[in-house]
Design a protein around this ligand. Structure first.
Ligand code: TYD
Ligand code: MG
Length: 455
């Protein structure tokens, strides 16, 4: 009989190889390669043979089946990110940096769902029951009907769950779970994969919703990396800047609702509280207009959100000028600087450039390009943008401005928050201006000319 093939995989990037090495060839990480232990031996022959299985039930696409009943937690920000509530028999992964507030969020969620009548279990592999109870007391949730467990043995946990038949199980965290069929340390790729596989199978088999907490590595990936993401139905990231009290729960994959939806929370002394009007919060203090600041009218999921983009441009004392960003992609910044230089003749060589999205928000929409360029130019020219003006539009490499979606929603939100004008790309769907003075521009050069009076 052929020897089973041994494979190795990297805990950082998930790349697989046929031999062990000290350094991952794919991502360059040291000491991250370990042997994969297969979950099951699988079929031994090359084919399934002649033994017959049982018939699989087939049905028409048009078969009438009620949509899955959802349970809402009553926490609007959480329900929206889940796509309108918790779906039974689903597996959800909540990732985030250590200390960002995942356990706090999920304990509050557990209490909320338990309050709606779901039989809820909270299994902590990281903290003792007493610690979880202490946190519950701090959150004022000590009387919530949530069952606590503190264990890391997957076999014991699954035995308990099979007997108790809960509606919702929270596993905090998947990295601490340990399966005795896999011969490697908790937190390794094969352990995480095995635990996620067993728990998602439990969810489907018993109709329970299972929420898995996963820590992300410094590269921002969930350890045991993408392997867990594709096993679950929904992937949520809990993010925020450490020094800020704002936290954003973002859906990056959702089989039961829109992806890219966000829920905004604020970390207070008594847990997370919901922020239902995030625009007010991401704009920083608005008073007199300051150079280097632009307000971007963005869309997060189905919601318009206004965010302040701040830039600082200063002569560099170093031979190589610095570019630093918070909340915005560094290479996208480089692209915009290059377009400004090549198409508008505005050089940034020899200048340090710092770009910051206010409030700890992360912006990845291409529509923010123009707001970033506006903030950069305003900082460089030391001249403030028109007050009460929002900016949005995508910049193409040719320097042309490309229209972006949902213009109306962006303008509506700006009008609601007291803005009086907007700078937007030409073209796109014609629509109302929602009471704002709308300046439409075809390319970056005309933007520079109109706003800063130079070409
Ligand atoms: P935690 O939920 O333990 O984070 P994670 O599970 O993601 O590692 O939250 C940790 C931080 O949250 C900790 O620094 C303290 C802070 N915190 C508050 O500010 N207020 C609170 O009510 C609670 C429970 C925690
Ligand atoms: Mg925790």
């Amino acid at each position: 009989m052929a020897k089973p093939i041994t494979t190795f995989s990297c805990a950082e990037c998930g790349a697989t190889s046929s031999k062990w090495s000290g350094r991952c060839e794919a991502c360059g990480a040291w000491n991250s390669i370990s042997e994969d232990i297969p979950l099951s031996a699988g079929p031994s022959g090359k084919t399934l043979g002649t033994a017959r299985g049982k018939r699989v039930a087939l049905s028409d696409l048009s078969a009438k089946e009620a949509p899955p009943p959802r349970t809402s937690s009553g926490l609007d920000e959480l329900d929206r990110v889940l796509g309108g509530g918790l779906v039974p028999a689903s597996a959800i992964l909540v990732g985030g940096d250590p200390g960002i507030g995942k356990s706090t969020l999920l304990l509050q969620a557990a209490a909320a769902f338990a309050g709606k009548g779901l039989k809820t279990f909270y299994i902590s592999g990281e903290e003792a029951s007493a610690q979880v109870r202490m946190r519950a007391a701090r959150l004022g949730l000590q009387n919530a009907p949530v069952q606590l467990g503190a264990d890391t043995s997957l076999r014991d946990i699954l035995t308990t769950l099979d007997e108790e038949r809960p509606d919702l199980v929270i596993i905090d965290s998947i990295q601490t779970m340990w399966s005795d069929i896999v011969d490697s340390a908790p937190g390794s790729v094969s352990q995480v994969r095995a635990a996620a596989h067993e728990l998602t199978t439990f969810a489907k088999r018993r109709g329970a919703a299972v929420i898995l907490v996963g820590h992300v590595t410094k590269e921002g990936q969930i350890a045991g990396p993408r392997v867990v993401e594709h096993m679950v139905d929904t992937v949520l990231y809990f993010e925020g800047e450490r020094g800020h009290q704002f936290r954003i729960l973002r859906a990056v994959k959702n089989r039961f609702g829109p992806a890219d939806e966000i829920g905004v929370f604020e970390m207070t002394g008594a847990g997370l509280s919901e922020v239902s009007n995030p625009s007010a919060l991401f704009m920083g203090e608005r008073g007199r207009p300051t150079p280097g600041s632009a307000v971007f009218a963005g869309i997060e999921g189905t919601r318009p959100v206004l965010v302040e983009i701040q830039a600082l441009v200063a002569p560099s004392p170093h031979s190589q000028a610095r570019r630093a960003t918070v909340g915005w992609d560094g290479s996208r910044l480089a692209t915009i600087l290059a377009v400004l230089e090549a198409r508008c003749g505005i050089p940034f060589a020899g200048l340090d450039v710092y770009l910051n999205v206010a409030g700890g928000m992360k912006v990845s929409e291409p529509a923010a390009d123009l707001a970033v360029a506006a903030a950069l130019l305003s900082a460089r020219e030391d001249s403030a943008l028109p007050p009460d003006c929002v900016v949005f539009g995508e910049i193409s490499l040719s320097g042309a401005l490309r229209p972006v979606g949902q213009t109306e929603n962006r303008l509506k939100e700006a009008a609601k928050l007291g803005f009086s004008s907007a700078i937007a790309p030409e073209g796109g769907k014609p629509g109302g201006n929602e009471g704002l003075r709308l300046m439409r521009m075809a390319d970056l050069t005309s933007f520079v000319g109109e706003v800063f009076g130079a070409g």
